[in-house]
Design a protein around this ligand. Structure first.
Ligand SMILES: N[C@@H](CCC(=O)N[C@@H](CS)C(=O)NCC(=O)O)C(=O)O
Length: 208
């Protein structure tokens, strides 16, 4: 049985939740309360000494990074489309995974967290905005004439990039000028098994 240790508030966690759902895999959820610091204490630190969510446990195997988990799930449970074996397509997917782990998080991800959590997040909002608009400009041009980021069908690149780009407006970022990006978001949301990202700050939490 697969167990997902995650936080509803976390976009990195949503990537994994979305992938499990797109693949139609049954799984058990364990919510880790980041605002209470559960991720920095035992027993969670025993699963992930880095003290971060998400973590996936599958039959004794523990994987600790959202992008590594997407690769694992696609390879183990998906068909070849999610993480194509063909070298050129695989390289394109991997390139977008790199962007998902860097620009997507440090741009729209940080902008959204800063707007929602304020001083709780020690981040440079202006830097996040700059990164977000650079990302959106490049993504919009890239998506012109194509439906998906890295192939002619959805891959884990789309799953990895979706959540923080979709949440950009919560970070004060206007998606109106980026028509190709908006259409791509709607395509992801139209996939069978899609689950939305619900990231309200829990009432009564340290950040509320
Ligand atoms: N590279 C990791 C990053 C995970 C990460 O930073 N998770 C955040 C929540 S979105 C977290 O647990 N932060 C707590 C911390 O770093 O103290 C991944 O993709 O899973």
């Amino acid at each position: 049985m697969i167990t997902l240790y995650h936080a509803r508030f976390s976009g990195n966690s949503h990537r994994v939740h979305l992938m499990l759902s797109l693949l139609g895999l049954p799984f058990r959820e364990v919510e880790i309360d980041l605002f209470k610091g559960e991720h920095k204490q035992p027993p969670f630190l025993g699963l992930n000494p880095w003290g971060r969510v998400p973590v996936l446990a599958d039959d004794g195997l523990v994987i600790r990074d959202s992008l590594a988990i997407l690769v694992y799930l696609a390879e183990k449970y998906g068909d070849d489309g999610w993480y194509p074996k063909e070298p050129v397509e695989r390289a394109a997917v991997s390139e977008w995974l790199g962007i998902a782990g860097d620009d997507v998080v440090r741009g729209p991800g940080v902008a959204m967290l800063t707007k929602l959590l304020g001083d709780y997040v020690k981040a440079d909002y202006d830097d996040a905005l700059k990164r977000a608009y650079t990302l959106l400009k490049i993504m919009d041009a890239h998506l012109t004439g194509r439906d998906w980021l890295a192939s002619d069908r959805p891959t884990i690149a789309d799953v990895a990039c979706y959540c923080y780009v979709a949440s950009a407006p919560k970070g004060g970022i206007d998606l109106a000028p980026y028509a190709q990006v908006r259409q791509w978001l709607r395509r992801v949301e139209g996939l069978s098994g899609f689950v939305p990202f619900i990231n309200a700050v829990p009432a009564g939490s340290a950040a509320a």
